[in-house]
Design a protein around this ligand. Structure first.
Ligand code: ATP
Length: 327
């Protein structure tokens, strides 16, 4: 197994080494390929990600990604968007459930749901026009894109409660009525029951009744927004991992960004990155190791070995060392 490691910028350079120290504790045969990609490289060379970098990444099986600061250049093209497109990482999967001892922001009951977001088209199709007095973004929803994301959601649902919630705005957008119809067809063919929610109603209900949901499938922009909302529900952006999955490659990343405000202070919460490694191990079929990370994270939280974002005073390294010692 060959793993491309992109620490990126800011706290990416702190949380990815922390996550790798946990991975290394298992002594698995994983060849790591470090790549210097991101804002720092863009400042030095004018390019955040080169074609040569892309070739190296394509020789790997998967990527562990930290975070990249967006350069202040209107012509800058997002590294992550390019990776998602060129590696065809069409499914963005973000699990959400409360972690031990983490104070939840509202009176939330137990919940455990996964947002399955289409990752390559929709509002982020990249088809845009900027004129003096008007700007256009083309929202692209294809049958192929909708079918494969719905299928991913159904496969996941088949291992859980066998139900999906399709989130859309089909009462207004024709492209969403198309997405909804394709998803319902896939669900019926796969023997998965489905319900539907308009995205605005979903944004409201997810806060009040997160326990009602299991597998949520939606388009790119709606999934982007709902999953950040869900991060608030679990008590912090520093706790949430994600997987970007395609048929050939996969990329794992914490959902937070490069957090320049806390970079270089050694206080970033490494748990989102460590749980991203857990998702990577699940993808590799290393269930035992993945479960072991989950237990170690719970135990460290239980002992209140936590970084300042969760009200503690431990460092990034203290937390990752404690987790490494328990896996
Ligand atoms: P970028 O421009 O890369 O998206 P950002 O600061 O705009 O960076 P995030 O990195 O997602 O966006 O950070 C949002 C807020 O959450 C910041 O105040 C940041 O300090 C905090 N934050 C993000 N990740 C972590 C983390 N792992 N640990 C602690 N705080 C975090």
């Amino acid at each position: 197994m060959k793993l491309a490691v992109i620490q990126g910028d800011g706290i990416g350079r702190e949380v990815i080494p922390a996550a790798l120290s946990v991975l290394d504790a298992f002594g698995l045969e994983i060849e790591k390929v470090p790549l210097d990609i991101g804002y720092g490289k863009w400042e030095r060379t004018g390019s955040a990600l080169t074609d040569e970098d892309m070739d190296i990444i394509k020789e790997c099986d998967c990527v562990l990604f930290g975070a990249i600061t967006t350069p202040p250049d209107p012509n800058y093209k997002s590294v992550l968007m390019r990776l998602r497109k060129e590696l065809d990482l069409y499914a963005n999967i973000r699990p959400f459930s409360p972690l031990k001892k983490v104070k939840l922001p509202c009176n939330t009951k137990e919940f455990d749901f996964v947002v399955v977001r289409e990752n390559t088209e929709g509002m982020y199709s990249g088809i845009e026009e900027l004129h003096d007095d008007v700007a256009y973004t083309t929202r692209v929803i294809t049958r192929k894109g909708s079918e494969r994301i719905a299928k991913r959601a159904c496969i996941l649902a088949s291992k859980r409660k066998k139900q999906i919630t399709i989130v859309h705005k089909a009462n207004v957008l024709k492209s969403d009525s198309f997405f909804r119809n394709v998803c319902t067809g896939v669900a019926k063919r796969n023997g998965i029951s489905y319900s539907e929610m308009l995205v605005d109603a979903m944004a409201y209900d997810l806060i009040l009744n997160p326990q009602k949901y299991d597998v949520i499938v939606t388009t790119n922009l709606f999934g982007d927004i709902l999953s950040d909302e869900a991060a608030a529900l679990v008590g912090g952006i520093g706790l949430c991992p994600s997987a970007n999955i395609g048929d050939r490659y996969a990329l794992f990343e914490p959902i937070h960004g490069s957090a320049p405000d806390i970079a270089s202070k050694g206080i970033a919460n490494p748990i989102a990155a460590i749980l991203s490694v857990k998702m990577m191990l699940e993808w590799m079929g290393r269930t035992e190791e993945a479960l072991s990370i989950g237990r170690a994270v719970d135990s460290v939280l239980q002992q209140s070995i936590i970084t300042p974002d969760l009200g503690g005073s431990y460092s990034t390294k203290n937390v990752s060392d404690a987790i490494t010692g328990l896996v």
